[in-house]
Design a protein around this ligand. Sequence first.
Ligand SMILES: NC(=O)c1ccc[n+]([C@@H]2O[C@H](COP(=O)([O-])OP(=O)(O)OC[C@H]3O[C@@H](n4cnc5c(N)ncnc54)[C@H](O)[C@@H]3O)[C@@H](O)[C@H]2O)c1
Ligand SMILES: [Fe+2]
Length: 387
Amino acid sequence: MSYDVSQLRKFVTPEIIFGAGSRKTVANYASTFGARKVLLVSDPGVQAAGWVVDVEQSLQAQGIDYVLFTQVSANPRTEEVMHGAEVYRAAGCNVIVAIGGGSPIDCAKAIGIAVAHDRHILEFEGVDTIRAPIPPLICIPTTAGTSADVSQFVIISDQQEKVKFSIISKAVVPDVSLIDPETTSTMDTFLSACTGIDAMVHAIEAFVSTGSGPMTDAHALEAMRLLNANLVHMMRNPQDLAVREQIMLGSLQAGLAFSNAILGAVHAMSHSLGGFLDLPHGLCNAILVEHVVAFNFDAAPERFKVIANALDIDTRGLTTPQIRARLIQHLIDLKQAMGFHQSLRMHGVSTSDLRTLSLHAMDDPCILTNPRESSLQDVEVVYAEAL
Ligand SMILES: NC(=O)c1ccc[n+]([C@@H]2O[C@H](COP(=O)([O-])OP(=O)(O)OC[C@H]3O[C@@H](n4cnc5c(N)ncnc54)[C@H](O)[C@@H]3O)[C@@H](O)[C@H]2O)c1
Ligand SMILES: [Fe+2]
């Protein structure tokens, strides 16, 4: 009997501890991995917000030695990864803890790859390139959006080439994710909006991805419901911890979906844009989302109808073109209510940049699971729509 490999689906996830205060259990988990010395990865903003000290206190209370590494920028860079790998080796670490948004978490994953292979991180771009297990990795996300703490993705910026490249492998799924919604209470409005829209795009792209399946669909749809019901409320009531918790849960559900179903053209194009202009990832997604949905809709109208329903659009009696129009308008309204009014041109992109941006987007693995097959010219046209 022959099997169709393209129909097989896998689902990987870390051990997840969800809830207020979970960050304070970090030393228990570090000790179960036999932590001798921990590399604690974060960044200056997360440290200033006061979250790193909780991890330090937890480790100190259990007598676990650590070295702090915070030289990580938003959109983490290859040089920072290799510097972190040096610090890991020099200090004789054997466990990594990351606390922060997607940037410190991705940097921590990449440090793990570099030290496990004793090679430069640039050698691992692509899918399933990891040959040796990375050190035990415990993550504490402080933004509700990227879900790097549960995902198979690592996104690193190569400033020489002005691109962000992806590494996708089950080997970079963290061992433990301590998801503590309290940490998101110090996010400012813009960061809350960027990370929130990123989570929504994860859910939408995972649901229409050619890698989707029943296990990821359930998570993607629940993420859309949670995020749609709470994102605007969160923007208006940033101190409402119950709403922050719903957004964190929505982000987690979206993360479980996209990590396993992979993403689509919004992310391929957004990674290219983020590397080119060093812009926040969520902002890039916000600029592109409705243009990619407009491009993709006819390739999966039934799936997009389910998305419209999950976003609380009443599709009864509507024709397919009407559903398409309503869905696109809903996404525009949502992003505008979250404060996104920008176009590419407002960030200095001109028509002459579109070919370079498109070439890089075509190299991103996320383009392969987009529901509509996309040529270089297609991608260029979608960028042009977003100008
Ligand atoms: N690996 C994945 O699966 C995945 C998925 C999506 C995006 N990403 C990547 O993640 C990165 C973006 O991550 P992000 O959006 O979480 O932001 P970030 O980690 O880049 O952080 C942005 C800024 O917010 C600050 N910050 C973070 N948490 C804070 C808090 N709780 N309070 C106050 N300030 C805080 C940081 O100090 C930093 O200055 C991009 O590089 C993107 O490509 C990765
Ligand atoms: Fe994303």
